[in-house]
Design a protein around this ligand. Structure first.
Ligand code: SAM
Length: 273
């Protein structure tokens, strides 16, 4: 039996978009296909999709040579629709009925593994930080965010967008804004513009305790971004830490490169042992 169109599926299963779940659906197969190409050659790869909703992007992923798609959806209204889709792709599409914030990567298909997703914007940043904590688990992440968040992920020092998210993301991965998408491409249209950021994790990743040290350093530094670092970093070593890292204590957080933050995190960890 052939697949119903996306619109027919949405109607048949009564999947009206819920704001509380960040639901803005992509119904244009051409846009979904372009997002999938950002994953590169998916031959033999498994792909995790967060929030498949009515399954537009899922269908495009299933049209790719990916060997397996794990689709993680919290909205129980979408589960029967997704199970119907899975019936058309036995053994390739797995529906994971779960909150992505509580997802255990060990339960997913083995590496090489990517994430390709049109994320629910209300939880997009905590999801990303969680994946960065285990960046070695992912070959590539192609993620739709609201444009402002995608720009913050890829921001350069000395700009107002540069902050904790840029440092954490760029410390773990090469990051770029790959595709901008206007509100009208979604149903219903969000109030903001959107963009897909592509993150390719570096070969070397920080150990979990070093990542936690970086989270503390960046939280302190950007928590008071207008202040000089000798003052904003007072609770974690202040001037002594900055001296050891060879960083002028009168500088402000947004002037530091990712590598300088890396030095601070290593020294902070060494001193807290
Ligand atoms: N992928 C679909 C598309 O592109 O049309 C839907 C994208 S919509 C922006 C976000 C999806 O994430 C919705 O299906 C929503 O139900 C789901 N979602 C929201 N919060 C979630 C969570 N914590 N865990 C898993 N899925 C979630």
């Amino acid at each position: 039996m052939s697949l119903p169109s996306l619109k027919e599926s949405i109607q048949a299963y009564g999947l009206d978009a819920k704001k509380s779940l960040g639901q803005h659906f992509l119904l244009d197969p051409g846009i979904c296909a372009r997002i999938v190409t950002l994953g590169g050659d998916l031959t033999g790869r498994s792909v995790v999709e967060i929030g498949p909703g009515p399954g537009g992007l899922t269908r495009a992923l299933l049209d790719s040579p990916a060997s397996r798609v794990d689709a993680v959806e919290i909205d129980e209204r979408a589960w029967p629709l997704l199970e119907e889709l899975a019936g058309h792709y036995p053994d390739r599409l797995h529906i994971i009925r779960q909150d992505a914030l509580k997802l255990d990567a060990a339960s997913l298909a083995p590496a090489p593994r990517q994430i390709i997703a049109n994320l629910p914007y209300n939880v997009a940043t905590p999801l990303l930080v969680g994946w960065l904590r285990q960046a070695h688990s992912w070959e590539r992440l192609s993620l739709m965010f609201q444009l402002e968040v995608a720009e913050r992920i890829c921001a350069e020092p000395d700009t107002s967008a540069y902050g904790r998210l840029a440092v954490l993301a760029q410390w773990c991965a090469s990051c770029s804004v790959a595709l901008r998408i206007p509100p009208g491409a979604f149903s219903p249209p969000p109030k903001v513009h959107s963009a897909v950021a592509v993150l390719i994790p570096h070969a070397e990743q920080p150990a979990p305790e070093l990542f936690r040290a970086m989270e503390r350093v960046t939280a302190a530094a950007f928590g008071q971004r207008r202040k000089m670092l000798r003052s904003s970093l007072k609770s974690i070593g202040g001037e002594a830490l900055l001296d050891a890292a060879g960083i002028e204590p009168t500088r402000r957080a947004e002037t530091l490169s990712v590598a300088e933050f890396g030095r601070l995190a290593e020294l902070h960890l060494a001193r807290s042992r």
